[in-house]
Write a protein that binds this ligand. Structure first.
Ligand code: ASP
Ligand code: MG
Length: 421
């Protein structure tokens, strides 16, 4: 049976017609390798940003439905152009948007989750030998309403398609050469990883590494889709393979460090210390589809019998969060609500930190030596995150990258031959 390869090209890779021609060549090469090819593309260049800006010029709070109607148009342009470019090079291609295929999502605007993908049309066209070009980022509800998956969501479209088609691999072509130990724009000595596990990548993605849309990694992990992040300009390089942790040899406690500058911290002060308060608070946020990251509840004060609940959210949800909390304040019977968006989350991630003591203390000591104040701490099995002042984030990141020996001259973080996938 022929293997299916899903390829995804981001906005920079299809930013102009010259670049689209190059993408067509990469697509055709995969087809010439004897594979069935499904290509997912994002909107050209900064199209989506431009569309968002126009909407904001017209309305401070545009409706979710109309935003999705608007933003989904960007991908409509790039799929048709890429299909034409492939056809012009003598190959059969057809473009489809999410409605035509049936990329079904839940009924939520601006960050819908995919719940099902119909594969009939895809399989039929692949069988006919066609290269299929699919619009990323968009979906459709059971009722035929257009949705989008959240900024950067084309990665998730690609992985979900790969899972639905039982693809051999999903290649995410992008403007970086793979996944690095940290952002090479901030730390030039960052090194490219040959491999990283889904678990680590997920933590890094949530910690602010912008390489992949976090949900794409979740989906890849869930369906065991091998995922490769590679350069769309140096296509001969294999980039970074993301795979199950059981398939890796781990040498170092920390695989990567990341900072996330787009967080805001909320402190709900003087919450009466009675059962159900936290549930009330967080379920009202959940109802608004606001996801919460770090959460800390303080020890209850004896005299007032109240505590403080602090948590972080993505700054893009800040207005919605404040609105939600304002209407909840009475019901919670709490005190002040403090907001600080001048903060950043700095994280270290590594499957090798499991059962290895001293990693957290090394992190805290490194920050202490820099005079960086830690405002909140949260941990998972393979991640430690500290909330710091925004101005401190860069220094902290550089120092942590160094102290955990991730710099360029060191041996590769994960050794071993790349599996032949
Ligand atoms: N065009 C969308 C965005 O800019 C989706 C994507 O690029 O993945 O967020
Ligand atoms: Mg992207």
């Amino acid at each position: 049976m022929r293997k299916v390869i899903v390829q995804k090209f981001g906005g920079t890779s299809v930013a102009d017609t010259e670049k689209i021609k190059n993408v067509a060549k990469t697509v055709i090469k995969e087809k010439e390798n004897g594979n069935d090819v499904v290509v997912v593309v994002s909107a050209m260049g900064h199209t989506t940003d431009y569309l968002v800006k126009m909407a904001k010029d017209l309305s401070p709070d545009p409706s979710g439905r109309e935003m999705d109607m608007l933003l989904s148009t960007g991908e409509g342009v790039s799929i048709a152009l890429l299909a034409m470019a492939i056809q012009a090079q003598g190959y059969e291609a057809v473009s489809f948007n999410a409605m035509q295929i049936g990329i079904i999502t839940e009924n939520v605007h601006s960050k819908a989750r995919i719940i099902d993908i119909k594969t009939d049309k895809l399989k039929k066209n692949l069988k006919e030998g066609k290269i299929i070009v699919v619009a990323g980022f968009q979906g459709v509800t059971e009722d035929g309403e257009i949705t989008t998956l959240g900024r950067g969501g084309s990665d998730t479209s690609a992985v979900a398609l790969a899972a639905a088609l039982n693809a051999e691999r999903c290649d995410i072509y992008t403007d970086v050469e793979g996944v690095y130990t940290t952002d090479p724009r901030i730390v030039p000595k960052a090194t490219r990883l040959d491999e990283i596990s889904y678990e680590e990548m997920l933590e890094l993605a949530h910690a602010g590494a912008n390489v992949l849309h976090p949900r794409s990694v979740e989906t890849a992990k869930q369906f065991n889709v091998p995922l490769r992040v590679r350069s769309s300009f140096k296509t001969e390089n294999l980039g970074t393979l993301i795979l199950g942790v059981d398939k890796m040899e781990i040498y170092k406690p920390v695989t990567g460090v990341a900072s996330d500058l787009s967080q805001a911290r909320i402190v709900v002060c003087d919450v009466p210390d009675t059962p159900g308060q936290a549930a009330k608070l967080f379920s009202s946020l959940a109802k608004e589809h606001i996801s919460v990251d770090m959460i800390i509840q303080s020890y209850a004060r004896k005299v007032s019998n109240t505590n403080d609940i602090a948590f972080t959210i993505d700054s893009s949800d800040l207005d919605k969060t404040i609105k939600t909390l304002d209407s909840l304040k009475k019901d919670l019977n709490c005190g002040d609500i403090q907001v600080n968006d001048n903060i950043a989350k700095v994280s270290i991630v590594g499957a090798g930190m499991i059962d290895r003591p001293g990693i957290a203390s090394t992190m805290f000591q490194t920050l202490a030596d820099l005079g960086v104040n830690i405002k909140m701490i949260s941990t998972s099995e393979i991640k430690i995150s500290c909330l710091v002042d925004k101005d401190d984030a860069e220094r902290a990141l550089k120092a942590l990258h160094k102290v955990f020996e991730l710099e360029g001259d060191e041996t590769a973080v994960v050794k071993g031959d790349l599996p032949d996938v």
